[in-house]
Design a protein around this ligand. Structure first.
Ligand code: ACO
Length: 338
């Protein structure tokens, strides 16, 4: 069922920001570690290089910088922020990393929590935040997507290690009495197919006392059936986006930008061709960052806003998909500056 945001209060996208690690690892460098090469990676994925968090960096610092950049663009006093949601599957603290970001931002009036939905996480967090705003209980929210999958990648598995990188992106959204910026959205899950892509706990039990064991807190590296995830994405993303466009009677040619989770250039191209969207309208920065999981959508948005491809009033068709399996789509207008 498609939910829509036709509530009394509308939502306006007024700021965005991003931050990425300093260290760049290109495909040729990866070829020194595993049996791969630039030609294979570029032709199958579109990825040329990725960024990896190094010793003097942290996911929380990147997420804080991304959020701060979004708040500055929105020209907000940090004390007016009501809500901070961090979409991540790779928190520094399993109890939640968002409160640390809240404290770094000095956003003392904001409640902050983490949300996990893998590569769909940013979209799920955006929709969650929009509910608080649409209900009228809150006015300003920062939604962050940030992930450090490089710490969970098996760097000796060439089928997965070439795909992922680290990064953070954020948006600032607020209530508005004017035109609702979030036209509509839909979110979906299919846990029965969750085995295609996991970052699962290890099943190790250690002795506790005589006759009792306790489970060791530890996770296994990312495991992925690439072909299955690929087939899922190229099937489900056009369906969910198509249903949204139909519901709001928006023709694909009216879309200014197609903003998809950056997993693979071939997935972007396949979805665009289903709607006959020309490549100039398909946002892609996979070449430089690879798949940064929950960060890809706000990272791409921020790049295209700051280089003035996306202009105030532009209509953006957005979709995220990934582990869970989970997927979602949203149609929104960019109302921020630039
Ligand atoms: N370098 C060189 N050769 C490789 C590499 C590599 N890095 N990886 C795999 N190969 C080889 C395989 O061993 C295989 O060789 P074989 O035929 O001798 O066995 C051959 O290339 C083809 O492998 P496939 O796995 O069939 O390659 P495919 O064309 O399916 O591409 C890929 C693999 C890029 C992973 C693709 O399936 C894909 O992008 N899937 C979607 C993945 C995705 O989007 N995941 C993220 C979801 S988001 C989230 O929630 C984290």
């Amino acid at each position: 069922m498609i939910r829509n945001s036709q509530c009394e209060t509308g939502i306006s996208f007024v700021g965005c920001g991003s931050a990425t690690p300093k260290k760049i690892i290109n495909n040729n460098q990866l070829g020194q570690r595993v049996d791969t090469n630039d030609e294979w990676i570029q032709s199958r994925t579109g990825i040329g290089e990725r960024r990896v968090i190094g010793e003097n960096e942290s996911l929380i610092d990147l997420a804080t910088d991304a959020a701060l950049n979004a708040v500055k663009m929105a020209n907000w006093d940090v004390k007016t922020i009501d809500l901070i949601i961090l979409a991540t599957s790779t928190p520094e603290d399993l109890f939640g990393s968002a409160p640390k970001i809240q404290s770094n931002l000095k956003a003392s009036n904001a409640v902050a929590f983490d949300l996990t939905a893998a590569c769909s996480g940013f979209l799920f967090a955006l929709v969650t935040a929009s509910q608080y705003l649409a209900s009228g209980s809150m006015k300003r929210a920062v939604v962050i997507g940030a992930d450090q999958l490089t710490k969970w990648v098996d760097w000796d598995d060439r089928k997965t290690c070439v795909l992922f990188g680290d990064g953070a992106g954020a948006v600032a959204i607020e209530t508005t009495d004017n035109q609702d910026g979030l036209i509509g959205y839909d979110l979906k899950s299919d846990g029965s197919k969750g085995g295609c892509l996991n970052l699962f706990q290890s099943n190790i039990f250690l002795d506790l006392v005589q006759g009792a064991k306790h489970q060791k807190g530890e996770y296994l590296p990312i495991k992925m059936e690439g072909k299955e995830v690929y087939k899922f994405a190229v099937k489900e993303v056009p369906i969910i986006l198509g249903e949204l466009l139909d519901k709001y009677q928006i023709k694909p040619e009216s879309i200014d930008w197609l903003l998809l989770h950056q997993a693979n250039q071939r997935i972007l191209d396949a979805v665009a061709s289903r709607f006959s969207i020309p490549s100039e309208k398909v946002l892609s920065n996979l070449k430089h960052y690879g798949n940064t999981s929950a960060a890809t959508i706000p990272l791409m948005l921020d790049e295209a806003v700051r280089d003035q491809r996306i202009k105030p009033g532009d209509l953006i068709a957005c979709s995220g998909f990934g582990a869970g399996l989970s997927w979602g789509a949203a149609l929104f207008f960019w109302h921020g500056p630039y």
